[in-house]
Ligand binder design. Structure first.
Ligand SMILES: Nc1ncnc2c1ncn2[C@@H]1O[C@H](COP(=O)(O)OP(=O)(O)OP(=O)(O)O)[C@@H](O)[C@H]1O
Ligand SMILES: [Mg+2]
Length: 255
């Protein structure tokens, strides 16, 4: 399968000449089209920074990020914003839904921004509401539905424009275990049925076990990688837990 993204010697430093934090320290890896990649690592290891670089929200200090043939580190702000709209979908930990719009309107809004026809928007919206199992709450406002339903709406919105890549930072962080499982199964379906490439940051081994591959970050570097291969999810979960145990539980969430 083709590489969807290539990250080449990417560095991100914060600070000044007196004190420099190497948030991401010469990281290189590729993500294949249709791959579901997880990123784990202790607090401060650079997970969110890496996600922000991939999502073009933040700029690299050095190195290159290729989406197909396009080097996004070379794009101007205007081209970047166009690129984001066309290719990327985001699921944040806090959902970021607009409280004054119903769930359905929240989903429709991102499609309106893409200047699609009304009919096209309605068809796609019904499809998404069905796919994510939130049809019955589509006319409710975010404050009237559960965390899991909000997160599924955020997910529908993120994939509405058929992104090349879905980026998610701790998407299950605020969910109870049942809602988390439903969301992960949704990601798994999207990934398998629509070949959506997914890049997910998580502290949680159970969430990570849904991925095809996990990158383990520490001090801004990838220090280990684990592929699921043909393993059952349960066996993959045990392999992930083994890596966490070997690193003295340093990767577990403590904040
Ligand atoms: N805007 C910033 N200015 C200065 N330092 C920053 C900034 N953002 C992040 N850092 C530093 O970069 C390092 C990596 O931070 P990052 O947020 O990527 O970690 P993380 O792995 O996402 O952690 P967590 O699990 O707590 O979310 C940390 O040392 C952090 O203090
Ligand atoms: Mg973070």
């Amino acid at each position: 399968m083709k590489d969807a993204i290539r990250i080449c010697d990417v560095e991100k430093y914060y600070g000044n000449e007196n004190h420099v934090t190497k948030a991401v320290d010469r990281v290189s890896f590729s993500v294949k089209t249709g791959e579901f990649v997880g990123v784990m690592g202790p607090s401060g290891s650079g997970k969110t920074t890496l996600l922000n670089l991939l999502s073009t929200i933040d700029h690299v200090t050095a190195g290159h990020i290729y989406y197909g043939e396009t080097d996004i580190t070379e794009l101007e702000e205007e081209q970047l914003s166009e690129f984001r709209k066309k290719n990327l979908g985001f699921v944040f930990q806090e959902y970021n839904l607009l409280d004054t719009l119903t769930l359905e309107e929240n989903i429709m809004l991102v499609m309106t921004l893409q200047c699609r026809s009304k009919k096209e928007i309605q068809t796609r919206c019904s499809e998404l509401l069905h796919l994510l199992g939130i049809e019955e709450v589509k006319d409710q406002y975010p404050y009237q539905v559960s965390g899991g339903q909000k997160q599924r709406c955020a997910c529908a919105r993120a994939i509405a424009n058929h992104p090349l890549l879905l980026l998610a930072d701790e998407p299950t962080g605020a969910l109870d275990s049942q809602a988390a499982q439903t969301l992960l199964e949704t990601f798994e379906n999207l990934n398998q049925q629509m070949q959506t490439t997914i890049f997910m940051v998580t502290h949680d081994a159970f969430s990570a076990s849904y991925c095809d591959r996990i990158l383990f970050l520490k001090d801004g570097k990838i220090f280990h990688e684990l592929s699921r291969g043909n393993k059952e999810r349960r066996d993959f979960l045990n392999a992930i837990l083994d890596v966490l145990a070997l690193t003295g539980g340093e990767l577990s969430h403590d904040s």
